[in-house]
Design a protein around this ligand. Structure first.
Ligand SMILES: Cc1ncc(COP(=O)(O)O)c(C=O)c1O
Length: 447
């Protein structure tokens, strides 16, 4: 028995044991998409085949490109110097350095940074901070959390409760109680084929007034939204929408959380989307791009006043009973500092802003192809909706992803019947053209 296990463990093609996340496992194991190496804009496959163009910055995370030398070197140095120090009651210097670098990038007085290890943890952390904030200020009746339909805030119980993706929710019981949802901001009828923020939809923010009237403000702790909903298909906020949400939250003493796990670190041409939209939330969730995807890391940036509200009571008592073994892990902090250096030195956020019209024009070339129902673009991101085949929702986009990889050497991301394109911010104009040319072939092929 033991011998069989050893043999199986060393077999290079044993695909059985690994249960892949958010993946149709049987389909994958029949025709695996294996990646063994990456550099800059490309992956390389196990077969030693051609370079595969990364159209999605990993999973919206490798904003500075893959295997960038300064990040690799920083991780290597850190691993040799300090692998781990306890995250509770102790700390290491790079945690402070990274926190202050992130605080400097964040808008307004958002300058206190709590670290965790993923976007899901960031969202659950922000929701917990919001609840605890009201509690420590003597407003413990504020326990409701408001999310939005088509929102994605990761896969923790908090995140799926405020999230609005039915398949991420329906299998997992009753979720958190006391949660309500704003309507999604997308309407194909009013917004199809829009570059940037659509004109239609700001009024949907007023639904928050209806929700407040129903539950009473005294029961509501926070609203959480993605400034641009990425995972449900690149849905930029309607013009004026976020301002209205902010104003209603202010009027009723409700905290506003921006989930910037995708929009943070340059995707929309700014360090954070809050800056692009001129709207300052009370808490920002971040992850992914903070290390350019090289080491798992997430976090929450809080307004100083919010942090200060916790800093009371005896000094030997923990102010927030929350944290993770790997909060501010030394390898993640080293990778984060190196990634932020790259973003600054290569002006990658400004680069994203310059590339926005190039992306938008290239993506709109898909309009008119068979089965293309909508194309949306914002920053260095595009969402393309395909028509479903009768009785097989999602199959066309799934096939598009398979064909893109196997036939066109291109990685795209699909969810439902939507294709998302969001390359690393180092993408060249020629590579943007290449991505959409390949995608046009694929879309024709799946018709
Ligand atoms: C907006 C948003 N929040 C949270 C998450 C969850 O992040 P993670 O997969 O790192 O837990 C994601 C992941 O795509 C996301 O897009």
């Amino acid at each position: 028995m033991a011998q069989t296990r050893v043999a199986a463990a060393s077999a290079p093609n044993d695909l059985e044991s690994f249960w892949l996340p958010f993946t149709p496992n049987r389909g994958f194991k029949r025709a695996p998409r294996l990646i063994v190496r990456a550099k800059d804009m490309h992956y390389y496959t196990a077969a030693g085949g051609p370079a595969v163009l990364d159209g999605t910055a990993g999973l919206w995370c490798t904003n500075a490109g893959h295997n960038r030398d300064p990040i690799v070197a920083a991780i290597q140095r850190q691993a040799a110097e300090l692998d781990f120090s306890p995250a509770f009651q102790f700390a290491h210097p790079k945690a402070f350095s990274l926190a202050s670098r992130i605080a400097a990038l964040a808008p307004g007085d958002l300058n206190r940074v709590f670290f965790c290890n993923s976007g899901s943890e960031a969202c659950d952390t922000a929701l917990k901070i919001a609840l605890a904030y009201h509690h420590v200020r003597g407003e413990g009746t504020r326990t409701r959390l408001i999310g939005r339909e088509r929102g994605y805030h990761g896969v923790g119980f908090g995140g799926i409760s405020v999230g609005g993706m039915v398949n991420n929710r329906k299998f997992f019981g009753t979720l958190l109680t006391g949660v309500d949802h704003l309507p999604a901001t997308y309407s194909r009828e009013h917004q199809a084929f829009t570059k940037g923020e659509p004109e239609w939809g700001a009024h949907l923010a007023d639904e928050l007034e209806r929700i407040v009237a129903l539950h009473d403000a005294s029961t509501i702790a926070a609203v959480i939204v993605e400034p641009m909903a990425g995972s449900t298909g690149v849905l930029p906020p309607p013009k004026g929408y976020l301002e209205r949400v902010r104003a209603i939250c202010d009027k009723h003493g409700i905290l506003l959380i921006f989930d910037e796990v995708i929009t943070g670190f340059g995707r929309l041409g700014h360090a954070f989307a809050a800056e692009r939209y001129g709207v300052t939330p009370d808490l920002i969730c971040f992850a992914k791009g903070v290390t350019s995807g090289a080491v798992p890391m997430g976090g929450v940036i809080a307004r100083e006043s919010l942090y200060d509200a916790f800093m009371r009571g005896p000094e030997h008592v923990i102010e927030l009973f929350h944290g993770y073994t790997y909060s501010a892990h030394p390898l993640a902090c080293a990778a984060g500092l190196a990634a932020l250096d790259l973003y600054r030195d290569e002006k990658l956020f400004e680069r994203a802003k310059k590339l926005e019209p190039v992306m938008a024009d290239a993506a709109m070339m898909l309009k008119g192809l068979p089965g293309v129902l909508d194309v949306r673009t914002v920053g260095v991101a595009a969402g393309i909706d395909l028509a479903s085949r009768p009785g097989a929702v999602g199959l066309r986009a799934y096939e598009a992803m398979e064909r893109a990889f196997h036939d066109e050497d291109l990685v795209i991301r699909v969810g439902g019947e939507t294709i998302a394109i969001a390359p690393p911010l180092i993408v060249s104009e020629a590579q943007i053209a290449e991505i959409f040319e390949k995608l046009a072939h694929v879309i024709r092929a799946v018709n």
